[in-house]
Structure formats: structure tokens, C-alpha cells
Design a protein around this ligand. Structure first.
Ligand code: ADP
Length: 323
């Protein structure tokens, strides 16, 4: 058995104390060559860690020269933004069910709730009141019962407090949610605020998503707003994955007759006119509203309401595969 040089032991433990398993060291005489895995860290955190590691190695007596090389495993994570022209059309409902359905289809999905006006994902995912912790200056998403970890704007403020953030604050908060410790997640579903404001612009400029799903109800007024949102993303070069028509067709629970309170097919024809794909139609169904309020999104179960969401997720997955 070869004896381990006490200098190697001292060096390894000094590095482990500041960098955990991120530092791997090779020593030749008084020279230490360190490989530092900085995967998932922002530039400032990378630089800070490198300085700490350098100081720790230089502090070991017997070490005179320290060389450090940073490495990071390239992230294959892609972001899918979910947007709408206006509020109340079911963007958050579609986002959470899309995230869960994509998870069921085999993606490792994280959910980002960037809706500064009404962050509802903690309710939809049944984790109201849970708070993310920070590790190495990065937020660690909160686990949910559906295997889709969550970070929400709502977790960054006191419960019930109105979020009256100005542009730069909202932009900074978005960065914290997106550049978080997402671990193994390969797909982030990002529930954007409605409209075309600061958060959308930051998303486009700093965290460009792979594509965007637009949610609209079928009536003309909602579709006019949806067109505006589509226009913003198209001009910014963000691919539009397609349009989801929500709250289409209402089946009366008493007589069974199907009526169309918001009209029917408007989003599909709008998608055709705009030359974007139509991803599917989600019925207006009281069971969807009830399940959402209860923190049990329909896509997580086997009820008929799950089918429509699964069909949308299949099309999004197909798009991911082709892009
Ligand atoms: P947004 O994110 O666009 O503001 P939400 O997803 O919060 O909209 O939905 C607004 C309300 O409509 C919620 O109460 C939600 O449960 C309900 N809702 C959304 N989609 C449907 C649907 N297809 N059927 C029934 N209720 C729905």
C-alpha cells in the first residue's frame, strides 16, 4: 500500500472546505494544479470561488505555485416561455399543466413563475408558503408533489403582499429565478406576466427562451392582444411554438349541451392567418378550475380534462425534437 503524502491530504481538505466536491487537485512537488467545476454558477460566483480556492491552496504550507482551470458542463437546458396578450385567459393554468404533462412524457421539467402581477403557481402546484433556500448564492427551487420543482416571484415577497416592482427589480428577480440551481432539469417552463412589459423584454434580451407558447381565449378581443404578444416575440427572433385556445366550448353539467361562451375556433383561424401552429383547444370545464384551486393540476391525473393538456404537451415535445 502506498502512503498518502500528508501534503496531499492537507491540500485536499483545505480545498474541500471552500469548494466541496467542485475542486479536483493534482500536485507535483510544490505546485498544485486545480480543476474547478463551476457548473451552474454565475460569473461573479465563479470568480469568488476561484479566489477562495486559490487562497486556500496557497495557505497550505509546502505549496508555492497554484494553477486553476475552470470547467463547466454545458447546460442542455431549454426554456419554453408561456405568454398571453392579457390576463385571465388561463396562461398559468396552461403553463402548469404543460409542465406536468412534459414531465410525464419524460422531460426533466422545472417551473418558473415570472408573473409579477399574480404569481399563482405556488397555489396551482400545492406548495403555498414554501420558500426556496439559497445555496452558493443561487436559489434552490422548491419541490412539489408533481416532480416539477418551482421558483415563483410569489416566493420572493411576503405572502399576500402586492408586488409593485419597477422594471429593474422585476428584471433582477427574473434573473434569480431563471439562473437558479435547477440541478438536473433539462426544460424550464416559464409562466410570463400577461402583456408585453418589462419582464418580457428582459426575458427576450437576457434569457432568450428556445420558444414561446401563446395562450388565448377564442374571442376577438383576446386574440387582438394575443397578436400583439406574438408580434413582440417574432420581432425579437423568439420562435413561436404555437397558439393554445383555452376556455373553448362549455358543456353544461345539467343538460350536457355544449355552448361556446367565448366563441369557437377563433384562435385556430388566427393561428392559421398568422402562419403559426395551432397546439390545441382546452375546454372551459369547471373541473379544471376546481382542480387548479385545489393544487392538483388535471394533467397530473387521469381524468378526461388531462387529455387536452397532454395533446398540447405532445405537440410542444414534437417541436422540441425538431428544433
Ligand atoms: P392567467 O394566468 O391567464 O391570468 P389563470 O390560469 O390564472 O389565467 O386562469 C384564470 C382563472 O380561470 C382561474 O380561476 C382558472 O382556474 C380558470 N381557468 C383557466 N382555464 C380554465 C378552463 N379551461 N376551464 C375552467 N376554468 C379555467
Amino acid at each position: 500500500m502506498t502512503d498518502i503524502d500528508p501534503l496531499d491530504t492537507a491540500l485536499s481538505s483545505a480545498l474541500a472546505a471552500v469548494a466541496g466536491a467542485r475542486a479536483t487537485v493534482r500536485r507535483e512537488g510544490a505546485r498544485a494544479s486545480i480543476i474547478l467545476d463551476v457548473t451552474g454558477l454565475e460569473q461573479s460566483a465563479r470568480d469568488a470561488l476561484e479566489s477562495q480556492v486559490k487562497a486556500a491552496a496557497e495557505g497550505v504550507s509546502g505549496i508555492e505555485t497554484v494553477r486553476i482551470a475552470q470547467t463547466s458542463t454545458r447546460s442542455h437546458r431549454l426554456s419554453i416561455a408561456v405568454a398571453s396578450g392579457k390576463g385571465g385567459v388561463g396562461k398559468s393554468t396552461v403553463s402548469v399543466n404543460l409542465a406536468i404533462a412534459l414531465k410525464t412524457l419524460g422531460r426533466r421539467v422545472g417551473m418558473v413563475d415570472a408573473d409579477i402581477y399574480g404569481p399563482s403557481q405556488p397555489t396551482l402546484l400545492g406548495v403555498v408558503g414554501s420558500r426556496p433556500i439559497a445555496r452558493e448564492k443561487l436559489l434552490v427551487p422548491v419541490d412539489t408533489p408533481f416532480g416539477v420543482p418551482l421558483l415563483s416571484m410569489g416566493q420572493l415577497v411576503e405572502p399576500g403582499q402586492a408586488i409593485a416592482w419597477r422594471g429593474p427589480m422585476a428584471a433582477g428577480a427574473l434573473g434569480q429565478l431563471v439562473d437558479a440551481d435547477w440541478g438536473q432539469a433539462d426544460t424550464l417552463v416559464i409562466d410570463l406576466p400577461p402583456g408585453t412589459g418589462d419582464v418580457q423584454l428582459t426575458m427576450i434580451q437576457k434569457h432568450k427562451p428556445a420558444g414561446v407558447v401563446i395562450v388565448s381565449t377564442p374571442q376577438d378581443l383576446a386574440l387582438i392582444d394575443a397578436r400583439r404578444a406574438i408580434d413582440l416575440f417574432v420581432k425579437a427572433g423568439v420562435p413561436v411554438i404555437g397558439l393554445v385556445e383555452n376556455m373553448a366550448g362549455y358543456q353544461c353539467p345539467h343538460c350536457g349541451e355544449v355552448s361556446d361562451p367565448f366563441g369557437r375556433g377563433g384562435a385556430e383561424s388566427a393561428a392559421a392567418a398568422l402562419g403559426i401552429d395551432f397546439l390545441g383547444r382546452i375546454p372551459l370545464d369547471i373541473a379544471i378550475r376546481e382542480a387548479s384551486d385545489a393544487g392538483t393540476p388535471p394533467a397530473a391525473g387521469n381524468a378526461p380534462e388531462a387529455l387536452a393538456f397532454n395533446a398540447v404537451a405532445q405537440r410542444v415535445l414534437h417541436w422540441i425534437g425538431n428544433n
